[in-house]
Design a protein around this ligand. Structure first.
Ligand code: HEC
Length: 706
């Protein structure tokens, strides 16, 4: 491959055939580079010719189902593209033609757990390795052959359950979705853990790239004598989970600093077992990449009870302030603000104020009295749901939402969870989400945002039916399953199916195996004891087989540290399913990080049927990030309307759009082969009620324009 590259460069050089191109450029790291810039200097496709783009190849993975997704931002290295499929198969393609070179299937036909957002490339100039995670495993795969590298871990893989410094973790749900990052001979890894009451701790680890041996661990829930230990109850380090990194990292290679954004501690919405500010939950942590030692940190939400995970990699940027150069790190948030710090010292670039936040409305909860507000840059999403934000797309919608709002709790950015329903705005999925933002070499950030309100309703966990075993099963169901499958078992979120008559589809063994393993977005429940699983299945099957009286789950809610569950992640929408808030519902924003100013904001996406009715410029809900190129183009898919667009980074003008075979709910990427620029987006669909898909689509200019 290396030789081929040499020859190609030579040919280009001799015939000057590639005069208007840089030499061939790769996309070697998730989201472009270790700064998470989402940027490539390639500029062949530009503002003048972008409208001529055409599909050059479409690769179908052939393994999607009715609910699957692809969230992968693939890599392209020396003419080979590495990506993952809906069932998490890893594949290599000829990046110019889309022809398959090899495929590796980690699940061998079994249920695929979780999603995959990208892979990691490493080479010592002899071996080329793709590190790829699926379920709880991290695999080292030979980039040439697609076969596991047997000297890594156990036969080519390690289990992220191992080496977390806590007993009994094997059964907890762990899924590695975002790629790790390479520093020297280390691969630094995070993971997704359960957001429920029983969750693994989200410690950060580095493994030797050759052997898979653990080299260091940073306890995000500190152990006794470690910094931050006193921000938790004394025994939390043995029992509480979460505070994990599920969104990836960025790395200052020269300084050897890895930047780690974390999510909330588990359980998401009630901290009865974790009174305190809960370091290092919801924090941006700078660690020495060699040793895992903490250099500095900033907690963006104290004692989180709103699921305000830091949702994307921090962006490393170089800023100029009064002509002084500052190496900075920018962290986007779900709640629609950017935190900016000096990359080395951790000092805020602009002031951040601690402001009072409301107290708790729930039993055994102690909200943190203040929360941090960055003064600059201004928020890139609206911040507080108030009555003047009620939708105005029609009188009917307005009246409907106004009625729904009655009795709900809203009106402050940190309005706490309640039993009568709290409006969460910006929503559970941002503001910014896993797509993150792009940054230009000049310190301009481009970020897409959602403006969708959600409703969070807490309920006491109690056995509703006191007659016997079914009541007990119902309780286990309410605690673990109802958030997605809903209290009435009819399914809820677009991806959670109904469990009514589920006994017609599975037998007892089959369903127990399914529940333990999980699939796609459904977490695994291996930690539930067999007898509880059986009582749960009794409930789902409407039968009684198990003697449950001996089960030791506490039935009296007031004896429990966390007496609540919640009724699920519910979007706040009007009678037709449109967002309850006034448009825009999705935006693309440009923020000058040097000055801390918003440069422009435009609606992103549309609802075609509303556009037809004359309701323009609504923007649409979106998942997935931008790509910025050297010619000043922003490419972005992400929107519910399943379109792919190019914007002018100067002013936000829409320059080009096209319909994709399915929603592109990830970030596009670009590379060049033989002097030709390609732009690729994975179209996996399967979000926001849109159809699933299985393709990667590559665009380029027609031959005569290259
Ligand atoms: C975070 C959301 C979530 C939670 C919590 C959850 N599920 Fe699921 N469940 C899903 C999704 C999503 C699917 C569909 C998975 C797929 O096909 O990709 C699913 C599928 C299932 C299926 C298969 C349905 C079918 O038609 O084949 C069963 C059975 C099931 N879940 C039971 C449970 C039980 C029991 C619990 C609680 C112990 C639970 N789930 C908790 C999201 C969830």
């Amino acid at each position: 491959m290396k030789i081929r590259f040499l020859i190609k460069s030579l040919v280009c050089f001799i015939f000057a055939a590639c005069q208007n191109n840089d030499t061939d450029k790769n996309w070697t790291v998730y989201h472009g580079d270790k700064s998470a810039s989402h940027y490539s200097s390639i500029n062949q496709i530009n503002k003048e010719n972008v409208t001529q783009l055409e599909i050059v190849w479409e690769y179908n993975t052939g393994d999607h189902d009715e609910r699957s997704q692809i969230q992968c931002n693939p890599l392209a290295i020396d003419g080979v593209l590495y990506g993952t499929s809906p069932q998490l198969k890893l594949f290599a393609l000829n990046a110019a033609t889309g022809e398959n070179i090899w495929t590796f299937d980690p699940f061998q036909g079994k249920q695929a757990q979780g999603v995959n957002r990208g892979v990691v490339y490493w080479t010592d100039n002899e071996t080329e390795v793709i590190f790829f995670s699926a379920g709880s495993f991290l695999y080292a795969i030979n980039a040439q052959t697609g076969r596991p590298i047997m000297t890594f871990g156990t036969k080519g893989k390690i289990d992220l359950h191992d080496g977390l410094d806590r007993e009994g973790i094997e059964k907890y749900d762990i899924v590695s979705n975002s790629p790790g990052i390479i520093y020297k001979d280390l691969i630094i890894m995070g993971m997704r853990v359960s957001e429920g009451e029983v969750a693994a701790p989200g410690h950060i680890r580095a493994f030797d790239v050759r052997t898979g041996k653990r080299k260091w661990i940073f306890h995000t829930i500190p152990h006794p004598d470690e910094f931050g230990y006193e921000t938790w109850p004394a025994d939390a380090w043995k029992t509480v989970g979460g505070a994990n990194n599920w969104s990836g990292f960025s790395l200052d290679e020269q300084r050897g600093i890895v930047y780690v954004p974390t999510g909330s501690p588990s359980f998401d919405f009630h901290g009865g077992n974790r009174h305190g500010s809960n370091l290092f939950g919801n924090s941006l942590i700078a660690l020495n990449a060699e040793t895992g030692k903490r250099l500095w940190h900033f907690q963006t939400i104290h004692h989180d009870i709103w699921d305000r995970d830091l949702p994307c990699q921090p962006n490393l940027v170089t800023l100029y302030q009064d002509e002084i150069k500052v190496d900075a790190v920018a962290q986007l948030t779900k709640h629609g603000v950017v935190f900016l710090f000096n990359r080395v010292t951790g000092e805020p670039i602009f002031p951040i104020e601690e402001r009072p936040a409301p107290g708790s409305l729930l039993t055994n909860e102690e909200n943190w009295p203040t929360q941090p507000f960055p003064i600059k840059p201004p928020p890139f999403s609206r911040q507080v749901f108030t009555e003047d934000l009620i939708t105005n797309i029609s009188e009917e919608s307005h009246a409907y939402v106004k009625e729904q709002l009655k009795g709900k709790h809203y009106g402050h950015k940190f309005t706490p969870p309640s039993e009568w329903g709290t409006v969460i705005f910006p929503g559970f999925d941002g503001g910014a989400e896993y797509g993150g933002g792009a940054v230009s070499p000049k310190g301009i950030m481009y970020v897409n945002a959602n403006e969708m309100a959600w409703i969070l309703t807490m309920v006491m966990v109690k056995s509703e039916d006191k007659k016997g075993k079914i009541g007990k099963g119902r309780q286990i169901y309410m605690k673990n399953c109802a958030v997605c499958h809903k209290a009435d078992r009819k399914g809820g979120l677009e991806f959670s199916p109904s469990l009514i008559d589920i006994n017609k589809k599975y037998n007892r063994e089959g369903i127990i195996e399914y529940i333990k393993t999980g699939k796609g977005r459904m977490p695994g429940f291996r930690h539930l004891p067999e007898d509880e699983l059986n009582v749960l299945v009794d409930y789902l099957f409407d039968v009684k087989t198990v003697n449950w009286e001996n089960l030791d789950t506490k039935t009296n809610p007031t004896e429990r540290e966390i007496p609540y569950t919640f009724t699920g992640y519910n979007r706040f929408v009007d009678q037709d399913g449109y967002p309850a808030v006034k448009p825009p519902w999705g935006t693309l924003n440009a923020i000058d990080l040097n000055k801390g100013e918003l440069l422009w904001k435009v609606p992103l996406g549309e609802y075609p049927e509303l556009t037809e009715k004359g309701i323009h410029q609504t923007g649409a809900e979106n998942y997935g990030g931008p790509l910025l190129t050297g010619s000043g183009l922003i490419f972005i898919a992400a929107t519910k309307d399943e379109k792919f667009r190019a914007f002018d980074s100067e002013n936000g003008d829409l320059l080009w759009e096209t319909q994709l075979p399915a929603g592109g709910y990830t970030s596009p990427m670009t590379y060049s082969v033989d002097g030709v620029q390609y732009v690729v987006i994975a179209c996996g669909g399967g979000k926001m009620g849109t159809k699933s898909g299985d393709s990667y689509v590559a665009f380029r200019l027609p031959e005569n324009l290259n």
